[in-house]
Design a protein around this ligand. Structure first.
Ligand code: B12
Ligand code: SF4
Length: 448
C-alpha cells in the first residue's frame, strides 16, 4: 500500500505544546493500526519531506485553507487528498478552485482515507467509497455524500496530537443533533461506550497525563453515558481532572448526573463550557438555536450553584456570540451585555461576532444580503454591516477596528485576539453598570 504524509496546517498556534489536531491524531492511529506507513508533519516541513511519499493529505479548516492551496499547488506530482471541516462543507468549490486536489474526503476520515489508499492497488474498491468528491475521466466533478460511519469503539487510541498543553482531548461523541444555522456540524450523533472512554483515559494515565477534555462539542447530551463514564472512573479509582462542553438544555436535562461529577471525590472539574450564543429569543431563533433565554439563564445558574456548593475552582464558561446576528437591534445587544455582566462567566470565551461559515444556512443568508468573503479568510464571511446603525457603529469601534489593526501584523497571535476580547468585555460591563446603558452607549459612540 502507498505511504502517506498527513499535513497539519496548524497556522494559528505556533507553540509546539499547543500543536494539537484531533482529526489527524485519530487518522494517523487508524492508518497505522491497519498497516499503513504514515507520518504527520507540520506545514512548514513539507519541503523537507516532499520526497518521502507519493501521497500528501491535508487537514483543512477555514483558517488554514490558503496554506493547503499553496502546498497543493507546489506538490503537483503527488496524489493530493483534502479532508476536515472545510473539505466536508465545500467539496465542489474546492475542486473547482484547486486543480491540484485529486480527492476530497468528507466528514469522518479514518476508514475513507484507508479505503482510498487501498483502492490504489485494488481499483474495484473505489466504487464502494462514500463521502468522497473527485473529478471523473471526463473531468466532471462527482460527489458521493457520506453514508456510513464507524463504530466509535473500534477506533484505536489517538496519538500525541490529541494533547494540547497537557490537556488530553478524549472523544466521547461525534456529530450533533443541534442543527444550528451557523454551524457546519450536521452528521448524526454517535457515541463511544463508557467502558471504551475510560479505557482510553487509563491509557493516557499510564503515559503520565491526568487532565482530560471529555467530549467534543457536545459532551453533555447523553446523560446515561455520562453516568456510566463516572461509574467506571469511580470503580477504577482514577483521580483525574476533567473539562466538559455542551448545550444549556442538556445541562438542565442531566443536572443530577452533573451534580455527581461535581461531588465525586475522584474528579476535579477544570471547566464546563456551555453555548449560550444570545440572550434574546429572536436572536436565538435567527441562529436556529432551539433554546430560550430562560433555559440559558437557568443552566448557567445551575452550574454556578453547583460550583458554589461543591467545587469553587471550576470555571463556568458561558459562550456568547456578542454581536449575534447582522439583524440584531441595539436593545438585543443590551440583552447580551446584561448576560455578560450578570453572570461574569463569558469573559474568556465569548465570540465577538457571528461568522458566516462556508456551507451553512447563515452563510447563504449572508450571501443573499450581498455580504462577501474577504481575501484573507477565503471561506468565512467575517466583515459585514449590521442593519441597526448603532449596533454597526459600536461593532466597528469595539471590535472591527481593533481586529483590522491586529491583522496588519503578520505575527498576530491568539493572545492578541484575547486582549481585544477582554477590552471589549470590560467596556460593555462598564456600560451595564452605568445608570442608563443605552445612554452610556450613545455617549461612547459620539465621543471620538
Ligand atoms: C476540540 C476542538 C478544538 C480544540 C482542538 C482543535 C484541533 N485542532 O483538533 C482547540 C481548543 C485547540 C480548538 C481550537 C480552535 N478551533 Co476548534 N473545535 C474543537 C471541536 C469542538 C472538536 C474537534 C474534535 O475533537 N474533533 C474530533 C476529531 C476526530 O474530528 P475532526 O477534527 O473533525 O476530524 C475528523 C474529520 O474532520 C476528518 N478529517 C480531519 N482532518 C482530515 C484530514 C484528512 C486528510 C482527511 C481525509 C480527513 C480529515 O476526519 C477526522 C476523523 O474522523 C470542533 C467542533 C466539533 N464538533 O468537532 C471545533 C472546531 C473544529 N474548531 C473550530 C475553530 C474555528 C477553532 C479555532 C480557530 C478557534 C479560535 N478562534 O481560535 C481554533 C483553531 C486551532 C487550530 N489550529 O486547530 C471550528 C472549525 C471551523 C472551520 N470550518 O474551520 C470547529 C468546527 C467549531 C465550529 N463549529 O466552529 N478547537
Ligand atoms: S453549534 Fe454546537 S449545538 Fe449547534 S449544531 Fe453546532 S455543534 Fe451542535
Amino acid at each position: 500500500m502507498k505511504d502517506i504524509t498527513l499535513v497539519n496546517l496548524n497556522t494559528l498556534i505556533f507553540n509546539h505544546r499547543q500543536n494539537c489536531n484531533l482529526g489527524l491524531a485519530s487518522i494517523e492511529a487508524y492508518l497505522q493500526s491497519h498497516g499503513v506507513n504514515c507520518r504527520v508533519i507540520n506545514h512548514y516541513q513539507v519541503d523537507e519531506y516532499k520526497d518521502s511519499s507519493s501521497v500528501f493529505a491535508f487537514s483543512v479548516s477555514d483558517f488554514s485553507y490558503e496554506f493547503a492551496a499553496y502546498w497543493t499547488d507546489k506538490l503537483q506530482d503527488k496524489m493530493i487528498v483534502w479532508g476536515g471541516w472545510t473539505a466536508s462543507a465545500l467539496p465542489e468549490w474546492l475542486l473547482q478552485k484547486n486543480p491540484g486536489i485529486d480527492y476530497v474526503i468528507m466528514d469522518e476520515g479514518e476508514r475513507r482515507l484507508y479505503k482510498l489508499l487501498k483502492s490504489c492497488d485494488e481499483p474495484e474498491l473505489f466504487a464502494q467509497l462514500d463521502g468522497i468528491a473527485y473529478r471523473d475521466f471526463d473531468n466532471k466533478i462527482q460527489i458521493r455524500p457520506p453514508a456510513d460511519y464507524l463504530n466509535m469503539d473500534d477506533l484505536p487510541y489517538p496519538g500525541e496530537l490529541a494533547v494540547m498543553n497537557d490537556l488530553v482531548f478524549i472523544e466521547l461523541s461525534r456529530g450533533c443533533y443541534g442543527k444550528c444555522k451557523y454551524c457546519q456540524e450536521n452528521s448524526r450523533m454517535r457515541f463511544k461506550s463508557a467502558k471504551r472512554i475510560v479505557e482510553e483515559i487509563e491509557h493516557w494515565i499510564d503515559k503520565g497525563y491526568d487532565r482530560f477534555n471529555i467530549g467534543n462539542a457536545n459532551s453533555l447530551t447523553n446523560g446515561k453515558l455520562l453516568a456510566g463514564v463516572l461509574d467506571e472512573i469511580e470503580y477504577r479509582q482514577l483521580y483525574i481532572q476533567i473539562a466538559l462542553v455542551g448545550r444549556p438544555n442538556d445541562v438542565l436535562r442531566n443536572q443530577q448526573v452533573l451534580e455527581r461529577y461535581f461531588a465525586s471525590r475522584y474528579i476535579d472539574l477544570i471547566f464546563i463550557e456551555i453555548g449560550i450564543e444570545a440572550n434574546a429569543q429572536r436572536l436565538l431563533d435567527l441562529l436556529g438555536r432551539t433554546t430560550t433565554p430562560q433555559i440559558n439563564e437557568k443552566a448557567t445558574q445551575t452550574l454556578c450553584k453547583l460550583k458554589k456548593n461543591y467545587s469553587s475552582s471550576v470555571k463556568i464558561n458561558a459562550n456568547i456570540i456578542l454581536f449575534s446576528h447582522f439583524e440584531m437591534t441595539i436593545h438585543e445587544l443590551i440583552d447580551n451585555i446584561r448576560f455578560l455582566a450578570v453572570f461574569g462567566a463569558s469573559k474568556d470565551v465569548f465570540s465577538t461576532h457571528l461568522y458566516g461559515l462556508a456551507g451553512t444556512a447563515i452563510w447563504q443568508e449572508m450571501e443573499q444580503q450581498g455580504f462577501t468573503k474577504q481575501e484573507r479568510f477565503a471561506l468565512e464571511i467575517r466583515e459585514y454591516p449590521f442593519t441597526d446603525r448603532h449596533v454597526h457603529k459600536l461593532h466597528q469601534k469595539l471590535v472591527q477596528e481593533p481586529i483590522t489593526n491586529m491583522l496588519r501584523s503578520s505575527r498576530a497571535t491568539v493572545q492578541d485576539m484575547q486582549k481585544i476580547q477582554h477590552h471589549c468585555h470590560d467596556k460593555l460591563v462598564d456600560f451595564y453598570h452605568s445608570p442608563d446603558i443605552y445612554k452610556a452607549i450613545m455617549e461612547y459612540l459620539e465621543a471620538d
